[in-house]
Structures are given as structure tokens and as C-alpha cells.
Design a binder for this molecule. Sequence first.
Ligand SMILES: Cc1cc2nc3c(=O)[nH]c(=O)nc-3n(C[C@H](O)[C@H](O)[C@H](O)COP(=O)(O)O)c2cc1C
Length: 196
Amino acid sequence: MPIPKILVLPGSTRAGSHNVKLAALAAKELTLLDVDVTRISLTDYPLPIYEADFDAREGPPANAVKLKQMIMAHHGVFIASPEYSASVTPMLKNAIDWVSRVRERGDPTYAAFKGRVFAISSASPGRAGGLRSLMALRQILELGCGALVIPEQVAIQRADYAFDEMDNIADTGTANLFRAQLERLVEMARLMVRGG
Ligand SMILES: Cc1cc2nc3c(=O)[nH]c(=O)nc-3n(C[C@H](O)[C@H](O)[C@H](O)COP(=O)(O)O)c2cc1C
């Protein structure tokens, strides 16, 4: 049976980012689950702020098409989402907005968000662990883009202290929840492989 391909994407590009760390941990754990893992950074897909007149005039930039194709080459997508002002980062939202506008020949609307499964988690130095960014991201992906997002999610609170010296999640209960989320993502991605 073909091996599911999982894309791992942090919503931050900051040096020392907790969510880049969480994404790296997800990639490490996913590799142990016998899937093909690709980890990317939005620094490799610089995009202007979405502007409808620009889109109407010139269409989505090459990096939006490249990112859309990268997502479409995978059966599952894990997003590590930082929280800014009780929502997602502008960089992540902008990337999703642009990708949602890309329509290549024969594509249905929101092609990048269909036929694959998404999982979302967050890390924040705050006490809520970025939970509100997950609520916003779930709304954007599910209601905005028609994506399937698994219910399992983890919000890593007090992120400055939450990782040990090996960059694993220090708290055993939280680490187990995170692993269970990734297992569920893989289980669902396997169904996507069979379906398509
Ligand atoms: C503009 C801005 C708004 C923020 N708003 C929140 C917030 O609403 N809730 C929260 O927990 N942290 C908030 N933070 C703190 C971020 O969670 C923190 O900077 C975190 O480290 C960002 O994620 P990263 O480490 O992956 O870059 C905010 C930070 C910035 C720069």
C-alpha cells in the first residue's frame, strides 16, 4: 500500500519560534509512524499581502501556486499555529488566503483543502497555549476553505518551559495527547491514500 505523505507547516518563521519547534517535533514523531514527511517554512514562499485588485490583474503569485501544489502533493497537513491577538498570524492567514485563490486547470474551488486531512496544534508562552488561534484556524480551514480538520488538537501552554533539552514536550500527559493527535492524522491520511 502506498505510504501517506504528510506536510508539516509552522505558522511562524521567527528565530527560536516555539511553533517551529513544535513542527519539528511533529515531523520527528510522524517519521516514526511510517509516513513520508515534508517540513516546510513560509520563508520559502514569500507572498505580498492579499489584494483583490492585484489578484484580478495578475493572478496569484508563483509562490502561491508553488505552495498550493506542495499542499496538494500530500495526504495530510499538520499546522503549528502561533497566536497573535487571539487569532492566527497574518503570515499564515495570508498564505491560506492566497492558496485558496489558486485554481489551476480542472481544479474545483479550494482544491488544496479538499481530498486531504488537516491537524492543528499551537504553542504559546501564555497560559492558554494559543488555543484561540486554533479556534480561528479551525474556522478558517473548515468554514472558509471546506477542509476536513480532525478534532484532536493540542495547545502547548507556557511554551518557554514546555520543551525539554531534547525539544520533546516535557509533560507526559501533553506529550501523549500530541502523539495521539499525530496517530489520528496518519490514520485519516491512510484513508485519503486509499480514496485517491
Ligand atoms: C502581535 C502579537 C500578538 C500576540 N498575541 C498573543 C495572544 O493573543 N495570545 C498569546 O498567547 N500570545 C500572543 N502573542 C505572543 C506569541 O504567542 C508569542 O510571541 C509566540 O512566541 C509566537 O509564536 P512563535 O514562538 O512560534 O513565533 C502575541 C505576539 C505578537 C507579536
